[in-house]
Design a protein around this ligand. Structure first.
Ligand code: ATP
Ligand code: MG
Length: 438
């Protein structure tokens, strides 16, 4: 791609005209195109920005399309009747077309350039609500590849940070001084791992180096935001690569501290258990099957649960109550690092709680277990343990055969048994974070 240069305000922007890049309106969702034209026709600047432009340049299918504009939130709302303003930290517009929502953000300046931002002593930005120019908006973004603007006015791509060259070289490079940018928002360390994994980019040495030191600031990030990152890392179809990158950068300890310690202590079979689970997750996503964080967390925390449960058993507690007591302790500790909504931790406990029952249940008890709402996930978990090298005798095969001989598989239907034995309110389906797996 060759570029012609243009001067925009104070900064030199590289502008790649339409004839020299592959991004076409046809590859952008119709909803996003409507928003871009709606803003343009109302006299505003309108650009597709972020992951949408990056992924189209890489020939990938974008997850979503974000729009950046010089229109202020109220002005955006005035253009689109189907628009809602959201966000406390920074007001964003959500324009809805059927099931698709296009996020529209007003150009923002970084905290350093305005008077309205606020930084803590450690450099973290806590308030970030200053409107700015397009150049300022570009430079407050994280990586150069994420800071490209597709301009609906002439279909060119505007690049203030060298993102096109970095995409061509498959390099992930932080905009500005990397250490400062990680201190402003330590989650960028996790984002570096995620984008390197997803895009197959190498992290530029200057961008990678400060992660070792600034990563520890992730301990200050609210567990709810960390959970959102776990979902993005492990449920976007690149879980195996993301996990490898997290380990390489030694960031896993901030997400799953005890699991990281188990891996470093060489817990037998644990790396295989994780690898099998994440491979399976990536495969399911590639096949557009649903996945759930309940299963990923069940795997990550399993050795701890098993260990704690053994201690309870040694002091005379039966196997299933031992597992539940252990589960409560392990979950409580994990919640200090990442949150895990109840709609996921409840099924996770059930998956664990069923493990001893899958070994001991015979006859009518076994038939009843087949109808348990969590049977399928618990059985998958049992098979995974076997795959990872645990000696579980012939129990996994026994359950495989039982399901095959169950009449029309009706016995394993979740809904049927769920309505018969429901003791708690039904869990909310779907939701913003995380999908149902089974
Ligand atoms: P994907 O949606 O494929 O995961 P994305 O690049 O669209 O990737 P988002 O998290 O959706 O990532 O964010 C959209 C854009 O907002 C990014 O491309 C980046 O420009 C900017 N951005 C998001 N989070 C940060 C952050 N923590 N610091 C700086 N810029 C950010
Ligand atoms: Mg995105």
């Amino acid at each position: 791609m060759s570029k012609s240069s243009a001067v925009a305000n104070n900064l030199r922007a590289a502008v790649t005209p339409r004839a020299q890049h592959p991004v076409s309106r046809k590859s952008i969702s119709r909803a996003a195109v409507k928003v871009l034209y709606g803003l343009k026709d109302a006299g505003f600047q309108a650009h597709l920005v972020g992951g949408g432009v990056r992924d189209l340049l890489l020939g990938l299918e974008p997850k979503d399309f974000d729009v950046a504009t010089d229109a202020h939130p109220e002005q955006i709302k005035a253009v689109f009747p189907n628009c809602r303003l959201i966000g406390r930290r920074f007001r964003l517009a959500h324009v809805r077309f059927g099931r698709e929502i296009i996020e529209v953000a007003t150009f923002r300046a970084s905290h350093a350039q305005g008077s309205d931002g606020e930084t803590l002593d450690d450099g973290r930005i806590v308030r970030d609500n200053v409107f700015g120019t397009i150049e300022e908006d570009a430079l407050r973004r994280d990586f150069t590849a994420n800071a490209l603007y597709y301009n609906i006015a002439d279909f060119s791509i505007i690049d203030y940070a060298g993102g096109i060259a970095d995409i061509e070289n498959k390099t992930l490079r932080m905009i500005g001084d990397p250490a400062t940018r990680y201190r402003e928002d330590p989650v960028r360390c996790l984002r570096a791992a995620r984008f390197a994994a997803k895009l197959g980019f190498s992290i530029h040495p200057d961008t990678e180096r400060p992660i070792a030191e600034t990563g520890s600031l992730l301990r200050e990030i609210p567990p709810a935001r960390m959970f959102e990152e776990v979902l993005k890392l492990f449920q976007s179809g690149h879980a195996v690569a993301s996990f490898a990158e997290l380990r390489r950068l030694d960031l896993l300890k901030y997400l799953f501290p005890a699991s990281d310690a188990d891996l470093k202590a060489g817990e037998p079979g644990f790396d295989r258990l994780i690898d099998c689970a994440l491979r399976n997750t990536d495969k399911r996503i590639a096949e557009e099957k649903p996945v759930t964080p309940a299963f990923i967390y069940a795997v990550m925390l399993w050795p701890q649960v098993q260990r704690r449960a053994e201690t309870y058993q040694q002091s005379g507690e039966p196997p299933v109550p031992s597992i539940f007591a252990a589960a409560d302790e392990v979950i409580a500790r994990q919640l200090l690092s990442t949150s895990l909504p109840k709609r996921f931790s409840i099924p996770m406990r059930e998956i664990w709680g069923m493990q001893p029952r899958l070994i001991t249940s015979k006859g009518q008890r076994a038939v009843r277990l087949l109808a348990h709402p969590r049977f399928r996930a618990a059985y998958d978990f049992l098979c995974l343990r076997e795959q990872a090298g645990e000696d579980l005798g012939d129990h996994p095969q026994r359950w495989t055969q039982m399901q095959e001989s169950a009449p029309a598989n009706e016995g394993v239907s979740e809904k049927r048994s769920g309505s018969r034995r429901r003791r708690r309110p039904r869990h909310k389906r779907g939701g913003a974070s995380g999908n149902k797996r089974d």
